[in-house]
Design a protein around this ligand. Structure first.
Ligand code: ADP
Length: 718
């Protein structure tokens, strides 16, 4: 075989094998296996790493395996070739060969011992730059290195440099790919966790917008949904973005589409997001365009912030501040409840009503406001006619004090069941489908229920929380108005009472004065002693009446400021009844009321004698006053629980409504023109009986008479 042919075969084989190496180590192994014996029986590979020449491989015959530690110092010959950039060749025998092949003086004896014959080294270049040195040596004369071997080594150097460069590029590519993957993973993690919505579109029309996890949550749509409003038919989601006037934006008006279409960024656009017809929140959206190498727009990236909570908090603060001012501007309860509902519209609802007890004792809408002035008259009509029955959610809220959110009214008909068929028409035309019921609770109990309803908006938990906060706020105003009204009523009552009390006191006082004048006159001229004693009795009776009135007035202040003092003693109730009856005998005679006593004697027990006397005197006095001259019966008997006294007359009687209130302070069921009295007797009697552990009740039929029953335990403890 010709030298040329074997040379080209060698190079062909080496370049093929080197080109198929998948790593640096494989390049080394291939080199070690391939160069011997054609290029001697020693081969070293040194490469430039960070500008420093370093030994990376050393092969020794017979098998060409790797030798020597990596990174050991290159030989003098390799260093010289690296410096000069030119191949060197020294044919032995020559002492210089060992010197050139050793890296230092210390190594020289070891190299000399190996008895190298020839040596040569060639530079490795890649794209013209030196990347390393390939050195060879022979120890056997049959492997003699000559000019031909040098030429072959130089050709081989090209293949080795190419293989090393390929490996370097491969490594660089892998590093780049690794970094790219890591960055992609980091980016994905960022997209997943960042509390900001991100939308990315890779086409100029933004027909496909990818969303991150946060944005998907805001939408309430699956992560993989295409959220673009310019998405192809069939892919489009039921999403709408509304501006501050409530108008839905077209796809082209949206920030990402605008940024991609114009190539300019669009910043801080505030929009309301609506998905499937439901408000999802207020978003602030910014978008920047993406460009290709030719600076043509190729899509957009959008960032989305949810400012719902912030906006709501600001609006809520403003609303509460404004409402506080408005609500506290009046102390009139009706005016305040009108303001209360007016403020709710349209901020909280389309229809707002204040429900409460009407004077006739039924529950109804006391005032109502509709967001649409054109529908106000229907709302008023509903308020006027809609009687809220027991069991209705409004009735429940009123009686339990529990607020209630009904996001969607399912049984609209039963909601309006309180109205008759013809009244349901207007109710339906209000079309309220989502309702919040907020009771206004004061320390005295529930004063009313705020009804907030909307036809199309679905009330959310947030709306509910805010409405409750507002109601709590408003309750102060309502309660203030109530307290003010009560204070005014109390003042009016006091004035009325003072008028009656004055009148009541004046009557016996005048009679007493007249009696005294007559006494003075009668005693000045000697006359009939029976006439004298008659006037004394009259004066005495008027004095007693005055004393009772003053006593009642004193009792009012005693009861109001604490308790009535009780002095308990063992006594006989029947004897006390007889005593009172005897004392009142003359008066009974005067009004011609026959008195029947039915007493079980004796009825011993432990009570306050003078207070029980007061109760009996009052009951018998009333029976006399309202008895219309008909018989009166007083009975006293023992009961399993204690004793029972009943005073029954056949007089004017008391209506059922009045029966409920006559035991109240200053309460009277008769006109002051016909009957005198302070409206205190029964109130004081009830306080006394209650304090003695018993109770007092009335049974009566108007026009037929009344029966007052006092039940007492027998042995009252201190
Ligand atoms: P008054 O001083 O007005 O009698 P009371 O507290 O004793 O005050 O009674 C309250 C009201 O109850 C009376 O004004 C009257 O309307 C009604 N009343 C009390 N007792 C009778 C009775 N025996 N028959 C009819 N009405 C009565």
């Amino acid at each position: 075989m010709s030298l040329l042919r074997s040379r080209s075969q060698f190079l062909g084989r080496m370049s093929r094998e080197l080109a198929s190496c998948a790593s640096r180590e494989e390049v080394f192994r291939c080199l070690g296996r391939g160069v011997m014996p054609e290029l001697g029986d020693w081969c070293d590979l040194d490469v430039l790493q960070d500008g420093v020449l370093q030994r990376v491989a050393a092969f020794r015959a017979p098998h060409g395996e790797l030798h020597g530690p990596r990174g050991s110092a290159p030989s003098l010959l390799a260093r010289r070739v690296a410096r000069s950039g030119r191949s060197e060749f020294l044919q032995g025998p020559d002492e210089q060969v060992a010197v050139l092949l050793s890296s230092s003086e210390e190594e020289l004896p070891r190299i000399q011992a190996a008895e190298p014959l020839d040596c040569m080294a060639v530079p490795l270049r890649s794209r013209g730059a030196l990347v390393g040195v390939l050195s060879f040596a022979s120890r056997e004369p049959r492997l003699h290195l000559d000019e031909d071997a040098l030429a072959l080594a130089e050709d081989l150097a090209g293949c080795v440099a190419l293989a090393l460069e390929t490996d370097r590029l491969r490594q660089e590519l892998e590093r780049t790919r690794y970094h790219a993957q890591r960055q992609a993973a980091d980016f994905q993690t960022l997209l997943d966790v960042i509390p900001v919505g991100i939308g990315i579109a890779y086409d100029q029309e933004c027909r496909h917008i990818l969303q991150n996890a946060w944005f998907a949550r805001v939408h309430g749509l699956p992560l993989e949904s295409n959220i673009s409003l310019s998405a192809p038919d069939g892919e489009r989601q039921p999403i709408r973005y509304l501006d501050e006037k409530g108008h839905a934006l077209t796809p082209e008006e949206l920030p990402m589409q605008r940024a991609a279409a114009t190539g300019r960024e669009v910043l801080d656009v505030e929009l309301e997001l609506e998905v499937n017809g439901q408000r999802r929140g207020t978003l602030v959206i910014s978008a920047v365009p993406l460009f290709d190498e030719a600076h043509r727009s190729r899509g957009a990236i959008g960032t989305i912030q949810d400012v719902t909570a912030r906006k709501r908090a600001t609006e809520a603060q403003r609303f509460l501040a404004e409402s506080s001012a408005a609500l506290s501007s009046s102390l009139d309860q009706e005016q305040t409840s009108r303001t209360l509902v007016r403020l709710c519209v349209p901020a909280l609802a389309n229809v707002a009503a204040f429900c409460g007890w009407r004077p006739d004792g039924t529950l109804g809408m006391l005032t109502v406001t509709h967001a649409d002035p054109a529908l106000q008259h229907i709302a008023d009509e509903v308020a006027r006619t809609f009687a809220i029955p027991e069991g209705h959610p409004i009735h429940e809220a009123m009686t339990t004090g529990r607020p209630r959110l009904i996001p969607v009214l399912k049984e609209v008909d039963s909601w309006y069941a309180g109205g008759e068929a013809q009244r349901q028409g207007p109710c339906h035309s209000l079309g309220v489908h989502s309702v919040m019921l907020i009771p206004l609770t004061t320390p005295q109990g529930v004063v009313g229920v705020l009804l907030l309803g909307s036809p199309e908006r679905v009330c959310t938990e947030d709306d509910f929380t805010f409405a409750k906060e507002y109601a709590a706020h408003a309750t102060y105003a309502i309660d203030n108005a109530r307290l003010y009204r009560e204070a005014r009523e109390a003042i009016a009552l006091r004035d009325e009472f003072l008028g009656i009390a004055g009148h009541e006191l004046r009557t016996p006082l005048t009679a007493l004065q007249l009696g005294l004048q007559r006494l003075v006159r009668e005693s000045a001229t000697p006359g009939d002693p029976t006439r004298l004693s008659k006037w004394v009795v009259t004066c005495q009776r008027q004095g007693e009446r005055l004393g009772r009135l003053v006593g009642d007035l004193l009792d009012v202040s005693r009861i109001t400021s604490g308790r009535l003092p009780m002095v308990l003693e063992e006594m006989d109730l029947s004897a006390l009844v007889e005593e009172v009856a005897a004392r009142m005998g003359p008066e009974l005679e005067k009004v011609r009321c026959p008195l029947v006593l039915k007493l079980r004697s004796p009825l011993p027990g432990r009570w306050d004698r003078s207070r029980l006397d007061q109760v009996l005197t009052n009951l018998l006095g009333n029976a006399m006053k309202y008895g219309q001259g008909r018989p009166i019966e007083v009975s006293a008997m023992a009961t399993p629980e204690g004793v029972c006294v009943r005073v029954r007359d056949e007089g004017i009687g008391i209506s059922p409504e009045d029966q409920a209130r006559i035991f109240g302070r200053f309460e009277r069921a008769v006109s002051e023109r016909h009957y005198g009295g302070l409206g205190l007797g029964l109130w004081i009697s009830r306080q006394i009986v209650t304090q003695l552990g018993g109770h007092i009740r009335v049974e009566s039929t108007q026009g037929q008479g009344s029966s007052f029953t006092v039940e007492l335990p027998r042995w009252v403890e201190d």
